[in-house]
Each structure stands twice: as structure tokens, then as C-alpha cells.
Design a protein. Structure first.
Length: 178
């Protein structure tokens, strides 16, 4: 009985909690023309909180405030260029979703391509070194087979290949006692 009651009460409590956290929808604009103009401008501006969204896409509190400020400036009769200049002066070029190409923003425009070129250069260099090491290892293997053939022909009967050298090497380590 208690389990059934909990199965009913818990979902109801979670619904009430969700309803309490819900925000009220912003009021529709009394001037749809101003709203459309503001949204066109907001698509050219970056949300300073989200950074990967335009001001039009973001629901952050700062984005809502900036959209309201842009709308007020439109109502005041300012041009798009004046509004953009005001925001750039206040927040820097970063507020523009596509910052202009100038000396201070070169790193923003060239940086990703420079990093990609550097990464590709390092990759090709590493692959070339690996290929060279593999070729040297093959050469070492061929040399080892040649040495085994020479030593195998010189080894006395009944003694494994390289056995004489191994015994002499062992004697050198143990002070001559085998």
C-alpha cells in the first residue's frame, strides 16, 4: 500500500517542483517590425555568456538584457552601425559573431589554420621517423641472419650456434669459473 502511494505522490511532487522552477514567457513585442529588426541585429552578435551562440539564439540573462538594450536603441532611432559600434565599444570585437580582420584579431582568424598546419607537420614528421626506424629494424634483422649464417658455419659439431661465444662471455662474468 505504501509503495503504491509513493508511486503516485513522488511523480506529483516532481511535477509541482518543475512548475515552480518554470519562468514566465517574455511578452510578445508590441511592434513586430522592431522585434524583427532586433533579431536581425542579434544574429550578428555573440552571446557573451554562451560564446558559441548568437545573441538571438541564447536564453542567458545577459543575452536577454542585450536584446532589450538593442531594441531600445532601435526605438530611439539609432542606425544598425551606431548600435554595433556602441556594443563593440562597450564589449570589444568579441561581441561580434564574425569579428573583423584586423591586427588585433589576426589570431582569431589565422590561429586555427596555424594549429592545424602545425599538427599535420608534426604528424608527418612522426610518421617519417617511424618509417625510417622500421627500415633500420629490417636492416638489423638482415644483418642478424647473416651473422647467424656465418657463426653457424663456424660452430663445431654438437655445439649450438653461438654457444662458444656464450660460454666465453659467461666465463668473463663469473671470473673464469664455468
Amino acid at each position: 500500500m505504501k509503495k503504491r502511494l509513493m508511486l503516485v505522490v513522488l511523480p506529483l511532487l516532481s511535477l509541482v517542483a518543475c512548475a515552480a522552477l518554470a519562468k514566465e514567457a517574455p511578452p510578445a513585442s508590441d511592434d513586430p517590425e522592431t522585434e524583427a529588426h532586433m533579431m536581425r541585429l542579434a544574429e550578428k552578435l555573440r552571446c557573451l555568456v554562451c560564446q558559441n551562440q548568437t545573441l538571438a539564439e541564447s536564453n542567458a540573462d545577459l543575452a536577454v538584457d542585450l536584446r532589450r538594450e538593442v531594441k531600445e536603441q532601435i526605438k530611439a532611432g539609432k542606425s544598425d552601425a551606431q548600435i554595433m559600434d556602441y556594443l563593440v565599444q562597450r564589449y570589444g570585437d568579441f561581441v561580434l559573431y564574425q569579428p573583423p580582420f584586423k591586427p588585433i584579431t589576426v589570431l582569431l582568424w589565422v590561429g586555427p589554420f596555424a594549429l592545424l598546419a602545425l599538427a599535420l607537420g608534426l604528424l608527418f614528421r612522426r610518421l617519417a621517423r617511424r618509417r625510417k626506424a622500421a627500415e633500420q629494424a629490417e636492416l638489423a634483422g638482415a644483418e642478424r641472419r647473416l651473422v647467424e649464417q656465418v657463426l653457424g658455419a663456424a660452430a663445431p659439431e654438437g655445439e649450438p650456434q653461438g654457444g662458444r661465444q656464450r660460454k666465453q662471455h659467461d666465463r668473463g662474468r663469473s671470473g673464469g669459473a664455468a
